[in-house]
Design a protein around this ligand. Structure first.
Ligand code: 0GY
Length: 309
C-alpha cells in the first residue's frame, strides 16, 4: 500500500486536474528482476520545494517517499526521475529524491544556459545523467535553440544525454535541431503520435525515419493513457486497454529493441479525463514487448546501459 494520500500542498491545484491513483492494483505481469521505471516525476511537496513561478500548472504533491512506495509495490528495482515543468529549472526536489534513493534512482534535470560547471558537477554527483528539452507549448515558454545547443555541448562532456518532448506535428520543423544534437537523444512518449492516424502513415513514418537514420536516437514507449483515444479498459471488460496505442508502441519496440525505454509517468501530470491505475499500466507492457527478450531489453538492459553504466 502507498503510505499516504495525494495532498494539495500549500498551493491551489489546477482546476480539473486528477490526483494520482491511490492503491494501484498488484500487476499480474511479473517484471524481470532489476526493472527500471524510466520515466516518472516527483512534485514538491510544495511546502518544502515550492513550484516554479513560471509553471503552467500546479500539481498535487507527489513525494519521493510516495514514488518509492509505488516502485516497491509494482516490483521495479529503480527509477529514472524526470524534472517536471512545474519545478522549472530548480532541481531541488529532484536532487532530494535522488539522494533519498541511495543509488536506486537517476535523474534528468532542466538547466538554463547560466548554470555553472560546479553546479553541473553537483547534479552529476547526485545522479543526474541527462537534461530535458521541452517543446510542448502548453507546458513551457520558448527557449532559443542556440541556448539549448550550448547546454547540449556542455552536458555532452559529462557523458549525459538529452531527453526531448514534442508533439508529432512539430517534428518537421524541429528535425534539423534534433538531428544536430551531439549526444544520445531520448524521445518522450514516441513523439506523441496522433494514434487516430495509421501506424504506417506519413506522420509516424517520419518518426520511424528519425530513429532509423539516427542510431543515437532512442524512444520511450510510455504514456498510452496520454496518447489513447480509445481509452482504458471498458467497464464490461470487452475492449483491450489503450488498443489504439498498441500498434505504435509495438512497432517501435520490435524495430529498435535496443533503443527503447518504458516508464509509468507517475504521478501523471495534466490528466483530466482518466487517471490510470499504475498496476494495470504494468500489465500493458507484455502487449507491447511480447517476448521475454524484448521485455528484458526494454525494462533492464537498455535503461541500465544508459543510466547506470
Ligand atoms: C509527462 C507529460 C507531461 C508533463 C510533463 O514536465 C511536465 O510537466 O512532462 C504532459 O503534460 O504531457 O511526460 O509527464
Amino acid at each position: 500500500m502507498l503510505p499516504s494520500r495525494p495532498t494539495a500542498g500549500p498551493h491551489t491545484k489546477t482546476a480539473g486536474w486528477l490526483d494520482w491513483y491511490e492503491g494501484p492494483a498488484q500487476p499480474r505481469f511479473a517484471l524481470p528482476p532489476g526493472s527500471v521505471d524510466a520515466h516518472c516525476h516527483v512534485f514538491g511537496p510544495g511546502d518544502v520545494f515550492p513550484y516554479a513561478p513560471e509553471r503552467k500548472y500546479t500539481p498535487c504533491d507527489a513525494s519521493a517517499e510516495q514514488l518509492f512506495a509505488l516502485r516497491d509495490h509494482l516490483g521495479f528495482a529503480r527509477n529514472v526521475i524526470v524534472q517536471a515543468t512545474c519545478h522549472g529549472a530548480d532541481n531541488s526536489a529532484l536532487v532530494d529524491a535522488l539522494t533519498k534513493a541511495a543509488g536506486r534512482a537517476r535523474g534528468v534535470a532542466t538547466v538554463r544556459r547560466d548554470i555553472s560547471d560546479a553546479q553541473l558537477r553537483a547534479l552529476h554527483e547526485a545522479g543526474v545523467r541527462g537534461v530535458r528539452f521541452n517543446f510542448v507549448k502548453r507546458l513551457v515558454d520558448f527557449t532559443p535553440q542556440d541556448e539549448l545547443m550550448d547546454i547540449a555541448a556542455r552536458i555532452a562532456r559529462l557523458g549525459w544525454h538529452v531527453v526531448i518532448y514534442f508533439e508529432a506535428r512539430d517534428l518537421p520543423e524541429l528535425w534539423d535541431f534534433f538531428t544536430a544534437l551531439p549526444t544520445t537523444v531520448v524521445v518522450d512518449h514516441m513523439g506523441r503520435p496522433d494514434v487516430n492516424l495509421p501506424v504506417d502513415g506519413p506522420q509516424f513514418e517520419l518518426f520511424m525515419r528519425l530513429m532509423r537514420e539516427h542510431p543515437n536516437i532512442w524512444s520511450k514507449v510510455s504514456c498510452p493513457e496520454r496518447l489513447s483515444l480509445s481509452g482504458p479498459p471498458a467497464l464490461d471488460g470487452q475492449s483491450a486497454p489503450y488498443r489504439d496505442v498498441l500498434p505504435f508502441a509495438r512497432r517501435v519496440v520490435e524495430t529498435f529493441p535496443d533503443r527503447v525505454l518504458w516508464g509509468t509517468d507517475w504521478p501523471h501530470p495534466n490528466l483530466k479525463d482518466h487517471m490510470p491505475d499504475d498496476g494495470l499500466l504494468v500489465d500493458f507492457i507484455p502487449q507491447i514487448a511480447t517476448t521475454a527478450e524484448l521485455q528484458r531489453k526494454l525494462l533492464v538492459d537498455n535503461p541500465m546501459r544508459l543510466y547506470w553504466a
